[in-house]
Write a protein that binds this ligand. Structure first.
Ligand code: AHM
Ligand code: MG
Length: 319
């Protein structure tokens, strides 16, 4: 359901999450608050940090600062038992052992897009504390993404549909996330696809599948921002992949920080995720920062892709 311009009633994120368990609602609201601080601070913190994260990627100043902000902000709630961030090698533990949740955090995914003012955002996974990190995506209690684009939007899924909010929908709600889409459902086929470059390193079956999409006039829309690229698939239907490559069989994206929360949202909206054969959410993790090939989107397309892959014995297709 799209909330129309003429509607009088604005439903805030705070009102919407009041249906959830109170502690879970508090964590989601805390992340929303922190995301607004990052939005405000962005223009003041441009530039490279001259440091590298655990995956060997150069960090921006805002990567480092946002990571500290989110980590301190979330741990200070007393609701978090373990917090793992894409930006730090190990998970942080709550010494009191009081927290109800374990959190995975990508505080600024796609931050290499900042320089050119393209899309990036926050990705968060929330597990009950009994699921120690690294955890299986199927055990997620909730996941959310925040997209810093022309609009600042937030999508959350807590096992009861996928809902989208925008910051500043009306003047008197300038600093508030307000509902714009409730129970988003991803179209079963779709219109767009997004895949990264370096085609000569794609596996032959993947190349074949993309050729099929191109023959059916799917439009290529790839911005190098996982949240942005998947958000358009969520709205328009279609396909996104960061696939296995001949020289990088695990692709680029990280299971805990990127693939699991996004797959949870896509599946929550009636789409599918895949690791080549079967859902990403069923992958048993082996390491906190492990990478994994990611295929997700409209149900029909993922089914079609898996059928094609199944005809081939190449183990690299199956992670
Ligand atoms: P990051 O976590 O270092 O920002 O990297 C993840 C980003 C994703 O948002 C995006 O899907 C991917 O990297 C793009 O990679 P590429 O530049 O290889 O297309
Ligand atoms: Mg990332």
């Amino acid at each position: 359901m799209m909330i129309g311009e003429g509607e009088e009633k604005v439903i805030t994120l705070e009102e919407h999450v009041s249906e959830l368990d109170e502690e879970l609602a508090r964590v989601i609201l805390k992340i929303a608050e922190l995301s607004k601080i990052v939005r405000r601070e962005l223009p003041h913190r441009l530039g490279k940090a001259s440091t590298w994260n655990v995956s060997g990627e150069e960090q921006t100043k805002i990567d480092v600062w946002a990571n500290e902000l989110f980590t301190e902000g979330l741990m200070s709630t007393g609701l978090i038992n373990q917090l793992a961030s894409e930006e730090t090698p190990e998970a942080i533990e709550n010494k009191e052992g009081t927290g109800a949740f374990n959190i995975t955090l990508d505080p600024l995914d796609g931050s290499s897009n900042i320089e050119s003012n393209n899309l990036f955002g926050v990705i968060c996974g929330i597990y009950d504390a009994r699921h120690e990190l690294p955890a299986m995506g199927r055990n997620l209690r909730a996941a959310l993404t925040i997209l810093y684009g022309p609009l600042t939007t937030m999508v959350y899924c807590a096992r009861k549909g996928v809902h989208e909010f925008v910051k500043g929908r009306k003047e008197r709600f300038e600093d508030v996330y307000a509902l714009i889409n409730e129970n988003l459902k991803i179209p079963s086929k779709g219109k767009v696809y997004g895949v990264p470059s370096n085609r000569e390193m794609w596996l032959p079956e993947f190349r074949h599948f993309i050729a099929l999409l191109e023959r059916e006039n799917y439009a290529l829309r790839y911005g190098g921002s996982f949240i942005g690229d998947v958000n358009q698939v969520l709205h328009k239907g279609g396909f996104f992949a960061y696939p296995a490559y001949l020289d990088r069989p695990h692709g680029k994206l990280r299971l805990q920080f990127e693939a699991n929360p996004m797959s949870f949202i896509i599946e929550g909206a009636g789409g599918k995720s895949s690791v080549g054969r079967g859902s990403i959410l069923d992958v048993k993790p082996t390491a906190l920062h492990q990478r994994i090939p990611v295929y997700l989107g409209s149900k029909e397309l993922i089914d079609q892709m898996e059928t094609l892959f199944a005809k081939c014995r190449d183990a690299r297709l199956y992670y």
